[in-house]
Structure formats: structure tokens, C-alpha cells
Design a protein around this ligand. Structure first.
Ligand SMILES: NC(=O)c1ccc[n+]([C@@H]2O[C@H](COP(=O)([O-])OP(=O)(O)OC[C@H]3O[C@@H](n4cnc5c(N)ncnc54)[C@H](O)[C@@H]3O)[C@@H](O)[C@H]2O)c1
Length: 307
């Protein structure tokens, strides 16, 4: 490969849920990594989350004290966008809004070195629409990580039409160096995983709405019948119902198929602030030591339109 596409240093824009995880995965793999946030307070909160997560990995023996040392040596935080300018690869993990991502990449395009590769971690936008904000569409692709990024093995490597073969190969090699598995896919809404996963998750909600079974039984069905590590309703709580509602709406607009349509219960849960784990409750209540299924509350919600 031509050396001008080698990835030796990494920049990450955004140190929220995904950005902090991606920066940690990159620093753990030994890449000098700079993660940028909008202000000091948000940066400190993001870095604290990153170090808390690393601490938990060490407790669970998924990482060692040597890893902590490597992360401390390789990781830097920044609020000035110019600190990303010299990086070989810049991965964006800012909120899922096209205009926000486009503005960030427009600014980065003006200051980053010409050979820098740009990547977006978007879950539902088209890579080509974000890349259009730049003059380097041949050096722009999708790197879609999964939460929690330091431990989830998969990265979807999204090939927008104009990306060069050399840049695409460099991105695949980068994912491999992270110790992860790359799935090569086209730039189409939902890529591989959400295209298949979202209808399944929405059907689990529809099964509950239809009174087929209770929360625990639906989850146990898929865990013990299909060998899934987590049931669909617990997974939905983990993802966050506002996120799933948004992705379902984007996929419905794109494909116009009933299987992607957000069920009424999902919308009602979002409206009621039952967003899942992050809000303390969703299909399960997380206020105690163990999650407790919320069947009664959810059935009461369904009853409001099934009267
Ligand atoms: N949450 C998931 O499970 C998941 C999984 C895969 C991909 N994604 C995608 O990753 C992206 C980020 O999602 P998230 O869940 O981490 O969101 P988040 O809200 O937790 O984090 C986004 C962060 O970006 C920061 N930010 C905003 N503008 C910025 C800028 N110009 N420069 C630097 N930082 C900026 C915000 O302050 C915030 O901390 C989205 O595109 C989302 O679709 C999310």
C-alpha cells in the first residue's frame, strides 16, 4: 500500500458514548489518539467515562494494568479542532444530525492534512451525504462501531461510491489492528446489522403489544430458544428507545416497509420518558439490584389505546 494511506495516528471528534469508546479502543491498540469535545466540561466528563470503563474492563480481566499504561501514554483530550489536523485518520462520533456532521467535516477539511482519511460513525445517515461537505470524497468512508466500542468485535466498514481502493484497504487494516472484525458493506441505510436487527427488535415489541407473552418470556424465548446472549427487549433497553424510534423512522422513510415502522408502544414509552437503561426504566425497571420486568406499567400503556 502506498504509504500516504497508512494509519498511524487517530483523531476522534466527540467524546460521548461512542466517541469515548472508539478513542479507548484506538489507544488500547497503541494508536496515538486525540479525542476532541466542544468544551472542557464535556471533555472532562467524556474522559472520566472512558477511564471508568477501562477500570471496569480491568476489574473483569478484559484489560490489564499494562493496557492502562498504554492508554495513558497514547490518549490526549482536546477542545481545539486544530489538534486533530495532523492525524492520519479522523473518526467522527458527534450527534446523529446531518448538518452538524457536515459542518464538522467542512471545518476539518480546511485544516486537516490532504492525505488524512475521514470516517463517520453514523448509524443511519448516508456516508455520501456527509462526505459531500468535503473535497475529499475519495478519502471518506463509514466506520460503524457497536456499543460498547472497546469490547464489541464488529465494525461495519462502509464503502461510499467515491472512496479509493487504497483508502478502503487502509481502513480495513486499521480495524484489524484494533483486534476487531470488519464487515465490508455498501452505503445503504442500516448497513448490514441494523437492516436485519431493527425489524426483529420491533417485532418483539409488537409481540408484547399483541399479548403474545410477557417481557421476561419474550426475552427468555430468544435467549434459550435461539442462543442469543440477551433478549430483544433487554437489548432495546440497552440501546435506548429514543434511538430505536429514530432509526425506525429513518428506515421507514427510506424503505417504506411495514417491518421498519415504529410500534405504538415504542412511541408511547419515549413520550413517557421510559427510554431504557439510561432513564432507569423501559421494558425493565433498573432501580433495584436486579432488573425487574415492567409488564404492568407497559400493559397499562397499551390499554390506553386498546380500550
Ligand atoms: N449510541 C449507540 O449505540 C451508537 C452505535 C453506533 C453508532 N452511533 C452513532 O455514533 C454517533 C454518536 O452517538 P453517541 O451515542 O456517542 O452520542 P452522544 O450524544 O453520547 O455523544 C456525542 C458527543 O459529541 C459531542 N459533540 C457535538 N458536536 C461536536 C463537535 N463539533 N466536535 C466534537 N464533539 C462534538 C457532544 O458534546 C457529545 O458529547 C451518532 O452518529 C450515532 O448515530 C451510536
Amino acid at each position: 500500500m502506498n504509504s500516504n494511506s497508512d494509519i498511524r495516528t487517530v483523531g476522534v471528534a466527540g467524546c460521548g458514548l461512542m466517541g469515548s469508546g472508539i478513542a479507548l479502543a484506538s489507544a488500547l491498540a497503541g494508536f496515538p489518539t486525540t479525542v476532541r469535545e466542544v468544551d472542557e466540561r464535556t471533555l472532562d466528563a467524556g474522559l472520566a467515562r472512558l477511564h471508568r470503563y477501562l477500570g471496569r474492563m480491568i476489574e473483569k480481566e478484559r484489560a490489564s494494568e499494562d493496557d492502562r499504561k498504554r492508554v495513558n501514554e497514547n490518549l490526549a483530550g482536546a477542545t481545539d479542532l486544530r489538534e486533530l489536523a495532523g492525524r492520519d485518520l479522523i473518526i467522527e462520533a458527534v450527534p446523529e444530525r446531518l448538518e452538524l456532521k457536515a459542518e464538522l467535516f467542512r471545518d476539518l477539511d480546511a485544516i486537516a492534512k490532504p492525505e488524512a482519511i475521514f470516517a463517520s460513525n453514523t448509524s443511519s445517515l448516508k456516508i455520501r451525504e456527509i462526505a459531500a461537505a468535503t473535497n475529499r470524497r475519495d478519502r471518506f468512508l463509514g466506520l460503524h462501531f457497536f456499543n460498547p466500542a472497546p469490547v464489541m468485535k464488529l465494525v461495519e466498514v462502509v464503502r461510499a461510491d467515491e472512496v479509493s481502493e487504497q483508502v478502503y484497504a487502509a481502513a480495513l487494516a486499521f480495524v484489524e489492528r484494533l483486534g476487531k472484525v470488519a464487515v465490508a458493506c455498501r452505503d445503504t441505510t442500516g448497513f448490514v446489522v441494523n437492516r436485519l436487527l431493527v425489524p426483529y427488535l420491533l417485532d418483539a415489541i409488537r409481540a408484547f403489544e399483541a399479548g403474545v407473552a410477557g417481557v421476561r418470556d419474550i426475552d427468555n424465548g430468544m435467549m434459550y430458544g435461539c442462543g442469543y446472549p440477551m433478549g430483544p427487549l433487554a437489548l432495546l433497553d440497552f440501546i435506548g428507545h429514543d434511538t430505536t424510534e429514530h432509526v425506525a423512522d429513518v428506515m421507514t422513510a427510506e424503505f417504506g416497509r411495514e417491518m421498519y415502522r415504529a410500534p405504538r408502544l415504542l412511541r408511547a414509552m419515549v413520550a413517557a420518558g421510559m427510554l431504557g437503561k439510561k432513564s432507569g426504566g423501559g421494558f425493565y425497571d433498573y432501580s433495584g439490584d436486579e432488573p425487574v420486568p415492567n409488564d404492568d406499567r407497559l400493559r397499562a400503556l397499551v390499554a390506553t389505546w386498546r380500550k
